[in-house]
Design a binder for this molecule. Sequence first.
Ligand SMILES: NC(=O)c1ccc[n+]([C@@H]2O[C@H](COP(=O)([O-])OP(=O)(O)OC[C@H]3O[C@@H](n4cnc5c(N)ncnc54)[C@H](O)[C@@H]3O)[C@@H](O)[C@H]2O)c1
Length: 424
Amino acid sequence: MSPAIASVRPAAGRLGVLTPGMGAVATTFYAGVEAVKKDLGLPIGSLTQMGRIKLNPGKSVAIDGFVPLAQLEDIVFGGWDIFPDNAYQSAIKSNVLERHLIEQIKPELERITPMAAVFDPNYVKKINGPNVKKSKNKRELIEELRSDIRGFIKANNLDRCVMVWCASTETYIEPGPAHQSLAALEAAIDKNDPTIPPSMLYAYAALKEGVPFANGAPNLTVDAPAIQDLAYQQQVPTCGKDFKTGQTLMKTVIAPMLRTRRLGLAGWFSTNILGNRDGEVLEDPVSFKTKEISKLSVLESILEPEANPELYGKIEHRVNINYYPPRGDNKEGWDNIDITGWLGYPMQIKVNFLCRDSILAAPLVLDLALFIDLAHRAGKSGTQHWLSFYFKSPQTEGNKPVHDLFEQLDNLETELKSIANAVK
Ligand SMILES: NC(=O)c1ccc[n+]([C@@H]2O[C@H](COP(=O)([O-])OP(=O)(O)OC[C@H]3O[C@@H](n4cnc5c(N)ncnc54)[C@H](O)[C@@H]3O)[C@@H](O)[C@H]2O)c1
């Protein structure tokens, strides 16, 4: 149960959205918002822009308006990247959106230039770039990030700011001693402990500046108990991790159907080909491990094999990603699902999802930015479980995660209703 909401500050003034990472997802997000503002396209896939919430049987209202959300006209974008390309150049290189669309929003995108990144090649192995902060001292790097945030807020006359991690997936790390408490983290930062990745420095800097943080990648980052302690201490909301866009989205819809109909599952083999820079980074086995762990957990949690051993006691679950440059951002995923029916007779479901990775992720970045800003204005701190809807591996603070997409939507709507009640 989340605590009662006393009041909700209005969404007045301008909202800054900062993204560590200005690659395919981030630029498709910025460009999409600018295109929608110019009536060049619709914000399809975004609940905040196109979603409705059911109030009574037969009555639904638009989510935007039901709760006070920042408006697209009031959003200002900023970010960091290891490459110096501005958002226009990066959008062209990312090759997600058509050139004629990008040209129509060129001035808006050119204005978004990357601040120098905090980067450690031990955490992202396949790429390297020149636009990085020079200091090797983690405390100094945090101070530089904090100063970037304050500078961005001042220069753009912002009322509030949020941060959404859209940078590369870092190598897999288990929570270690430095991540267990805020005191341990502070001491580890002072000692330049190598177990603190760049993403944690961004999160630390954001929270210290009172900026909510959403994690779009599977990195540990805001899942670490120390960062959670900081979020509660600073009274700032966080959420994560790993945008739920393609095959996992499908899994969290099909698996509840199997469970609901009491159909058995013997195995689920998922594979895909992906040719963008994210795919290149994930070619490194240690970065892929971070992703694999995030992707594997969903079936067990939805199907509860312990409670249903005859149906789900022995599931063979395999996931892999293959870097295949010709496809660029246009991922193709195949799922072979071996199910069992009446008397144990085997059947198969095949899913062939020809998707566009960043087209699916961009509306999620927008929703997360607007919802986490709403959460902050509603006085919420720490993990925002109601935003699990957007993630493959929702932050739980030790509780059982909810993966079923429709259960997640129920939780999100319940939270929106309690926020709306506090506004009245
Ligand atoms: N697109 C999807 O469907 C999807 C789904 C789930 C998660 N994600 C995650 O979202 C993230 C972004 O995906 P993408 O397709 O935009 O990748 P991308 O490679 O196009 O962009 C990532 C950018 O981050 C930059 N970067 C790396 N380390 C950085 C650092 N420390 N600071 C600042 N910038 C840094 C890179 O230079 C690159 O420009 C990835 O972690 C990916 O795994 C994407």
